[in-house]
Design a protein around this ligand. Structure first.
Ligand code: OGA
Ligand code: ZN
Ligand code: ZN
Length: 379
């Protein structure tokens, strides 16, 4: 194979041509940065030792040779690197720069059925847990059913799938009718689709809601794919979408002991231009204070988005069963509830907050991605 490998030293890049398949092109600085020798790497972990910023701007090979299975480069900084062809192919970035973009989310609407998982299969780990993580990754929502209706069980569950993130609420937060309660969730009122904790600069990205008792009349749960709603707005009215990525909104949320406050646009984009975080909480937004001429455009954009979110096309409504544990991706999926009638039956749920990254960290292990990156050096 290597015999027929053609290596062309270009001005700033190495062109690698095989008789068949695409041509691949690598910057010299990238190749030097990704050297796999023992001097450039911590051998037992594959972490980088080479200081990337120490690579000279004029780095280039003195010579490049094709050998069996790969290439050998002698650099003008007196260093030698080897790369296997397999590794170069696996890490080629010259074809499609978006190849390794984020994993696809599947957007859904009002006819979606929230995927359900058996409690045992998730807490046992293995394939059942992986299926649950996959659903949270893809849809941003999942229900684990028949979780024992014991107070505190939600925290036990949380520990099997990640780490509890403590916030201004109690570590395990109780939601039931309480005329003295500090939050609208403690009333029997409807809660429109919302995200919790927008008053943090990094709101919790996972929320668990465990229904210990859901016997009151009403109180049906509502979930909405916020990213889908935003995609619709972006398509229909890109200017409105853009305004929501720019206009800062202050949010406040308090408990008995703490008062949280953050200012952020409703929509924050990631490096790929897609929605990364979404805050939507009508009840917790404080008066906006923005450029005078932006006030009405902001309200127009908010109105258009609110109508999309609050429509039957977007809302999945279901009555959670006792023992259901609803998981939502807090930066994507909005949750809410219909009003309920106190005195018609018990209604008690417990919330715990967590982080999506911790879910994905466990998922990578279950997927078998749990090792130092394979070496790119020739053996
Ligand atoms: C909450 C909440 C929903 C419900 O506590 O954050 O939205 O069903 N509760 O009571
Ligand atoms: Zn090296
Ligand atoms: Zn909520």
């Amino acid at each position: 194979m290597s015999k027929s490998l053609e290596l062309t030293l270009e001005d700033r890049t190495l062109l690698v041509t095989k008789p068949t398949g695409p041509q691949r092109r690598f910057h010299y600085v990238w190749l030097r940065d990704n050297c796999w020798c023992a001097e450039c790497r911590v051998e037992q972990t594959a972490e980088r030792r080479l200081l990337t910023w120490s690579i000279p701007q004029d780095i280039r090979p003195n010579t490049v040779d094709a050998v069996e299975g790969g290439i050998v480069i002698d650099w003008n900084d007196q260093h030698r690197s080897t790369f296997s062809l397999d590794w170069l192919e696996a890490n080629d970035y010259s074809q499609a720069s978006l190849k390794r973009a984020r994993e696809q989310a599947t957007l859904w609407g009002g006819d979606f059925e929230v995927p359900r998982f058996a409690h045992e299969s998730v807490v046992d780990g293995g394939a059942g847990q992986l299926a649950y993580f996959n659903a949270v990754q893809e849809f941003g929502v999942a229900i684990v059913e028949s979780v024992p209706t014991v107070p505190g069980e939600v925290e036990r569950f949380a520990k099997t799938v990640g780490h509890v993130r403590e916030v201004a609420f109690e570590r395990v937060h109780n939601v039931y009718h309480d005329p003295e309660g500090y939050n609208v969730a403690h009333t029997p009122l409807e809660l429109k689709p919302h995200s919790d904790m927008p008053s943090y600069h990094w709101p919790p990205s996972i929320q668990l809601l465990h229904f210990l008792a859901n016997d009151a009349d009403g109180g049906e749960s509502v979930v909405v794919d916020g990213w889908h709603a935003l995609a619709k707005l972006r398509e229909a009215n890109p200017d409105a979408f853009e305004i929501l990525t720019r206009v800062p909104v202050p949010y406040q949320l308090f408990s008995e002991d703490e008062d949280t406050y953050a200012v952020a646009p409703m929509v924050q984009l990631g490096h790929d231009g897609e929605v990364a975080t979404f805050r939507f909480s009508n009840q917790l937004a404080l008066p906006i204070s923005i450029d005078f001429e932006m006030v009405e455009p902001f309200y127009d954009a908010y109105r258009e988005l609110g109508e999309i979110i609050d429509s039957d096309d977007a809302k999945v409504v279901f009555k959670a069963r006792n023992g259901d544990l609803l998981t939502v991706h807090g930066h994507r999926v909005l949750h809410g509830r219909m009003p309920f009638i106190p005195g018609t039956g018990a209604r008690h749920l417990q919330d715990v907050y967590m982080e999506f990254d911790d879910f994905m960290a466990k998922r990578r292990v279950l997927m078998g991605i749990h090792k130092p990156m394979s070496s790119g050096a020739l053996r």
